[in-house]
Design a protein around this ligand. Structure first.
Ligand code: ATP
Length: 243
């Protein structure tokens, strides 16, 4: 039982949920270490959405609005942490949702699909094919899902797959608290923010964007600039801590 007045209550609740999902086979044990790294970066950005993240999320909403067949790619950590946010995002944007796993087994695919569906997400199904030139199972995509998508939102991604999706001509948006990761640097657009906060920002922005603002955000998109700004926000936070 985690006391609700504990100063790290939210973080402890999230860790407990991930541990439970790992015991149930939804989250891979390796996913727990990825979460630990993300927590460290969240501390560095002050555990809140920065101005840069807000701008990136609005730009993501603008790109998704313009896409013809956008797909959200979900892995175990994303399902465990943000199933409800995925459902709200899908309701707002109409995006298709496909499960894609590094540690892929039929059992894990079924468990993650069931978890998402329990929270109101409509999950694509069908026979996955090895459509990306990757040696691991993240190459497997549905031809009518990620295979034909012009835009893929890949939260908590690895750099290889992000690069392969870009090389296949797709617009790739990622959510990644680490602005130094290969994924962050390879994506078309990176939202340096915690997963659930970033989803909420994109979903809110999707409905509130005026066409003029959306055009301006897409025209002005410069991911290198956004990443430099995110790193700058971390550096300034560290400088304040030294005072
Ligand atoms: P890369 O190949 O991109 O350099 P990696 O393969 O080492 O990165 P992974 O282990 O796949 O990275 O982890 C995915 C990324 O997701 C990490 O950079 C981590 O910071 C980020 N991440 C994990 N959990 C969250 C979260 N809850 N919110 C935002 N980002 C997260």
């Amino acid at each position: 039982m985690i006391p609700s007045d504990h100063p790290r209550y939210r973080s402890l609740v999230v860790r407990a949920r991930l541990a439970r999902c790992a015991r149930e086979g939804v989250v891979a044990l390796e996913g727990l270490t990825a979460h630990g790294r993300a927590e460290a970066f969240d501390y560095l950005i002050g555990e809140r959405s920065t101005e840069t993240a807000r701008r990136a999320a609005r730009t993501a909403a603008a790109l998704i609005r313009r896409a013809e067949s956008p797909v959200l790619s979900v892995n175990g950590n994303t399902a465990a942490l943000a199933a409800l946010e995925c459902a709200a995002f899908q309701r707002a944007t109409g995006c298709a949702v496909e499960v894609n796993l590094f540690h892929r087994t039929p059992e894990r695919m079924a468990k993650i699909t069931a978890l998402l569906e329990r929270h109101g997400v409509a999950v694509l199904d069908g026979e996955a094919e090895r459509l990306l030139p990757l040696a691991h199972d993240r190459a497997l995509c549905l031809p009518h899902g990620i295979g034909r998508a012009d835009l893929v939102l890949v939260p908590l991604e690895d750099g290889d797959r992000c690069g392969a999706l870009r090389a296949a001509g797709k617009t790739v948006i990622t959510i990644d608290l680490n602005p130094l990761s290969r994924t962050a640097r390879t994506a078309t657009l990176t939202i340096v923010d915690e997963l659930t906060r970033a989803f909420s920002l994109i979903t809110e922005a999707y409905d509130s964007l005026e066409d003029g603002e959306a055009d301006e955000l897409v025209r002005g998109l410069d991911n290198h600039y956004l990443l430099q700004a995110a790193i700058g926000e971390i550096v300034r936070g560290l400088e304040r801590a030294l005072d």
